[in-house]
Write a protein that binds this ligand. Structure first.
Ligand code: PLP
Length: 404
């Protein structure tokens, strides 16, 4: 019989966070091992709960959420998102500018499908959240990676970006706060990135899902603000992280700038939104409550709060391991440490992660899974309680000691 193969479109698409490393973890679990999974930024399994008002709202609206909604999203959610950006200084934002989706993930794919022709180049950070690279590729585009500089707090290398722009470049992806590095960009850096887009007529795709997870004096600056009225900017965010409801699948994209030049693209985006009917309706009801209600996230990100304490502890303990250096995260839910190749000569970091998993029953994600070019990093999710994190990083340190 003829073999059923996957489509050629998937040839270069990777999403390693849930790839072979997870399959191996699940195999070990089936054998009876307990695996500490630090590969996915999903707060709920680590004892985080959504604000009560969000749960109450979703439950309350279940009976009236049985039908499809408007493809762009329910009016109250879109209004809440528009008002949120207005209150953040983006006063031009209108309800029509907001599309609600099943998480930011769905919207990234939808937007890129509507935007890209075969071979169009999009500048994507390295390291990146790998859905961006995968979704650009799946949409027929070519991801071109620009380097973020570890020695400069993982700031984007502006010269590298400039040097990679061709007449085929159509967009610039900015992930701020960044996954996996935890970097948060200054106002000047956001302005400089957007200015590149302005000069080369690129569309800005600003993934700001961690905008409320900021430590110490870090401040988030919306790319849309720098983009103003003359750079088309698509801003992505949602409830998964700050409101701890990854499973609800509630996110949005807000379009700003010269929409009059983007009419055809927006018609295409509307067509794609229509084809998938709508986002999960009960979760859409959570958006208004989340954005309008008490922001309990603010308790988690200050000293004494879990997100803060766990991030700082992980950073400190990782840096104590010989041959390991980690840039202190300024936001988000991750550390992205470097393993000095002179101390740990790793050829294949996915294999390294699998060996760590088998030996110590801890699952992290290899750096090349985030399109980092060298096999010398891994990403650790900082969601477990401090005791569990201490134990986990201790086990990683023990494993590394056997490799020196
Ligand atoms: N963007 C970034 C940078 C992320 O880290 C994630 C999830 O980890 C997403 C988007 C996807 O979020 P959502 O749950 O809204 O699909």
């Amino acid at each position: 019989m003829r073999k059923i193969r996957q489509s050629q479109k998937l040839r270069n698409v990777r999403y390693d966070v849930r790839g072979p490393i997870l399959v191996e973890a699940q195999r070990l679990e089936a054998e009876g091992h307990r695996i500490l999974k630090l590969n996915i930024g999903n707060p709920a399994p680590f004892g985080f709960e959504a604000p009560e008002a969000i749960l109450a709202d979703v439950t309350h609206h279940l009976p009236e959420s049985q039908g499809y909604s408007d493809s762009q999203g329910i009016y109250s959610a879109r209004t809440a998102v528009a008002q949120y950006y207005q209150s953040r200084g983006l006063r031009e934002t209108e309800v029509e500018d907001v599309f609600i989706g099943n998480g930011v993930s769905e919207l990234i794919s939808m937007v890129l499908q509507a935007f890209l022709d075969d071979g169009n180049e999009i500048l994507v950070p390295a390291p990146d959240y790998p859905l961006w690279t995968g979704a650009v590729t799946l949409s027929g585009g070519t991801p071109v990676h620009y380097r973020c500089d570890e020695e400069n707090g993982w700031m984007p290398d502006l010269d590298d970006i400039e040097s990679k722009i061709t007449e085929n470049t159509h967009g610039l992806v900015i992930i701020n706060p960044n996954n996996p590095t935890g970097a948060v960009y200054s106002k000047e850096m956001v302005a400089a990135l957007v200015d590149i887009a302005r000069r080369h007529q690129l569309v800005v795709f600003a993934d700001e899902i961690y905008e409320k997870i900021l430590f110490d004096d870090a401040v988030h600056h919306h790319a849309a603000e720098a983009a103003g009225s003359d750079v088309l900017c698509l801003t992505f965010s949602g409830l998964s992280k700050a409101y701890r409801v990854c499973g609800y699948r509630a996110g949005w994209v807000m379009i700003s700038g010269p929409k009059e030049i983007a009419e055809e693209f927006l018609e295409g985006l509307t067509l794609i939104a229509n084809m998938r009917m709508c986002a999960n309706v009960p979760a859409q009801h959570a958006i208004q409550t989340a954005l309008g209600g008490y922001q309990s996230i603010n308790e988690l990100i200050v000293p004494g709060g879990r997100f803060y304490e766990q991030s700082m502890l992980a950073d400190r303990l990782l840096n104590e391991i010989p041959g390991v250096t980690s840039v202190r995260p300024r936001g988000a839910l991750y550390c992205f440490p470097r393993l000095d190749p002179a101390v740990y000569p790793i050829e294949n970091d996915e294999q390294f992660v699998i060996e760590l998993l088998r030996a110590k029953k801890i699952l992290v994600t290899h750096g090349t899974g985030f399109n980092w070019p060298e096999p010398d990093h891994f990403r650790l999710v900082t969601l477990p309680d401090v005791d569990v994190l201490e134990e986990a990083i201790g086990r990683i340190a023990d494993f590394l000691a056997t490799r020196r």
